[in-house]
Design a protein around this ligand. Structure first.
Ligand SMILES: O=c1ccn([C@@H]2O[C@H](COP(=O)(O)OP(=O)(O)O[C@H]3O[C@H](CO)[C@@H](O)[C@H](O)[C@H]3O)[C@@H](O)[C@H]2O)c(=O)[nH]1
Ligand SMILES: [Mn+2]
Length: 559
């Protein structure tokens, strides 16, 4: 049998595994000694008034030992991966990709940053007719709608420019800010660069005006707290005007779902599920790249890198998503709050990658659409069965059938009739999900505000796998929290979301056991879900030893 050239390789990092396992062993022995000391101590010798202190310290030590034990699973067998995109099938055989970009607040997430993400997504190195970019605007803002129209206009010159000169920094904002543009072009390049820079300044100016006027008056739509769906095909496989029409552009779609204060909107998970349905009837691509609006693409080759995993027949049948690490461009020198989250992306995720896969991390991942459609769905189901899961739109159900039969459209948007827009609006309405399994079994799950963690966990429980790919050039770059206030708000949200999972029937240690998730992977999920418990030892150990010291109460053995 002919062997195909490899698409990807996975290497176990043996040295790191030995070091970390030895460290875990030594650490565990120390923990056992400590627990032994607490247990053999004769409580009768301790004055009654000291007992509460002893008890709280002991509880803290137990919680920390428990967390430490769970944590050790992460580093059991770290792996690293490499890809060979040159071995991918020819462009016309590559599968189509939908890109989802989410924005929610036009003030906190300024239009220029959001449009940088949109433009960088449109400029990825992939056949443009196979890419459809969707912008979900949960803020329902006229400014964003105007801005995305302007972005399409600027894209007509920006994308041909990136293609022609092989620009890697495909986000215009970072391209023009950087001192070195990584390109060794001649006079032609410099001239063109100057032209594009002028166009970029004008584009920024137009965005600024749109922001000042609250959008221009001729948008033809009205937004408010209770508002209708707005879906607009901003551009459909257009051609770059400045390149004699040679360089094609991917399609761009704007979606602002219906909002009504009497219906729950389920935050980002709700927005993503609307995009899943709307994109289903527009382009129905088998793979989806998800990006937060502050996370732009920094390397055009990420799509091909991800396809090296998704198209590898050895791993692809059970592969749900390829996660890229989140990397940030605004990290301060000392990063005292670990806003870069190196503990996840550098240490824990590569370790989980050696088990059944890293957790879903909200943004920077290429997901297989089918994996979001639940495991209860199988080939041969009829429309009435599917309706119970996916709601009542026959048009959408047909796209689900195409998806589960692996017969998806590989060419992005084909033709787009007005009646489809009507159907798309119906799919984005706030009542569509009633009497369906959206958010329960289908799509992104609503059980927790950390929808990424929870959706990924359930996928792994159902037998799907994931991989982490960490290229040397960051594939995506975003902005992280940089001050204590924002870090605390974000931390509170994450921890309350994790607590929702920990104290529910989905508690990873129990639910994972029922669904036969491997023990080490279960421990990793349980570790993250148990993060909120850290607050108890943190409080107790920050207060009690000091009080005991001042009052002459011994809580540790004499040395
Ligand atoms: O109702 C909402 C709320 C948020 N978002 C978007 O969701 C993204 C993430 O929200 P953000 O407020 O920036 O949350 P972070 O804490 O920074 O996000 C991290 O944590 C989230 C929850 O786990 C993940 O979804 C994200 O991908 C991950 O980057 C942003 O693009 C928002 O615009 C919506 O679209 N609708
Ligand atoms: Mn964010």
């Amino acid at each position: 049998m002919e062997t195909l050239p490899p698409l990807q390789k996975c290497t176990v990092d043996k040295f790191s595994a030995i070091v970390t396992r030895t460290h875990t062993l030594i650490h565990s022995v120390a923990i056992l000694f400590m627990l032994y000391y607490r247990l053999i101590i004769n409580l009768k010798e301790i004055p009654i008034s000291f007992l509460p202190y002893w008890f709280l310290i002991f509880v803290s030590e137990l919680i920390l030992s428990f967390l430490r034990t769970l944590d050790s699973a992460h580093i059991f067998s770290p792996v690293s991966r490499s890809v060979y995109p040159e071995n991918l099938p020819p462009d016309d055989e590559l599968p189509a990709i939908d890109v989802f970009v989410c924005t929610a607040d036009p003030i906190k997430e300024p239009a220029l940053g959001v449009m940088s993400t949109v433009l960088s997504a449109m400029a990825i190195d992939y056949p443009p007719e196979k890419v459809t970019v969707y912008l979900s605007d949960d803020g329902g803002s006229v400014t964003t709608l105007c801005a995305v129209r302007e972005a399409w206009r600027f894209g007509q010159v920006w994308i041909p420019f990136c293609r022609e000169f092989g620009v890697k920094r495909i986000c215009p904002e970072t391209f023009f800010q950087a001192a070195d543009d990584e390109i060794n072009g001649g006079k032609d390049y410099l001239l063109e660069r100057d032209n594009i820079q002028k166009e970029y300044e004008e584009f920024k100016e137009r965005l600024k005006k749109a922001q000042e006027n609250g959008g221009t008056k001729d948008t033809g739509v009205q937004f408010g707290p209770n508002r209708d769906t707005v879906i607009e095909i901003i551009g459909q496989r257009g051609c770059g005007a400045k390149n004699n029409g040679k360089a094609k552009l991917s399609s761009l779609v704007y979606v602002s779902r219906e909002k009504n204060t009497s219906h729950p909107h389920h935050f980002k998970a709700g927005a993503l599920n609307v995009l899943l349905r709307v994109s289903g009837i527009i382009s129905n691509s088998p793979y989806i790249l998800m990006l937060d609006c502050d996370m732009h693409s920094n390397d055009p080759s990420s799509a091909r890198q991800a396809m090296c995993f998704h198209l590898d027949p050895k791993i692809s049948p059970s592969l749900a998503f390829v996660q890229f690490p989140q990397r940030f461009r605004n990290i301060s020198k000392n990063d005292i709050y670990d806003s870069a989250m190196r503990n996840c992306f550098v240490v824990r995720w590569p370790g989980m990658d050696g088990l059944i896969g890293p957790m879903l991390s909200g943004t920077c991942f290429y997901m297989k659409r089918k994996a979001l459609y639940g495991t209860a769905i199988h080939k041969g189901m009829d429309l009435s069965e599917l309706k119970k899961y996916f709601g009542s739109s026959n048009e959408f159900l047909n796209t689900v059938i195409t998806c589960i039969n692996d017969k998806q459209n590989d060419t992005g948007i084909k033709e787009f009739a007005d009646n489809k827009i009507q159907e798309a609006r119906f799919l984005a309405s706030c009542t569509y999900e009633e009497e369906s399994q959206w958010g329960e079994e289908i799509g992104f799950l609503y059980h927790s505000v950390v929808e990424d963690y929870f959706t990924g966990f359930i996928m792994h429980c159902k037998g799907w796998k994931s991989v982490l790919y960490n290229p040397s050039r960051p594939a995506f770059l975003g902005s992280s929290t940089t001050n204590l206030n924002d870090t605390l708000i974000q931390g509170t949200r994450w921890n309350s979301g994790l607590a929702e999972v920990l104290f529910s029937r989905f508690c990873p240690l129990i639910y994972g056991l029922k669904s036969r998730m491997p023990l080490l992977e279960r421990m990793c999920y349980a570790y993250l879900a148990s993060q909120p418990l850290f607050c108890f030892p943190a409080w107790f150990l920050a207060i009690i030893p000091q009080l005991c010291l001042l009052n002459g109460i011994p809580i540790y053995p004499k040395v």
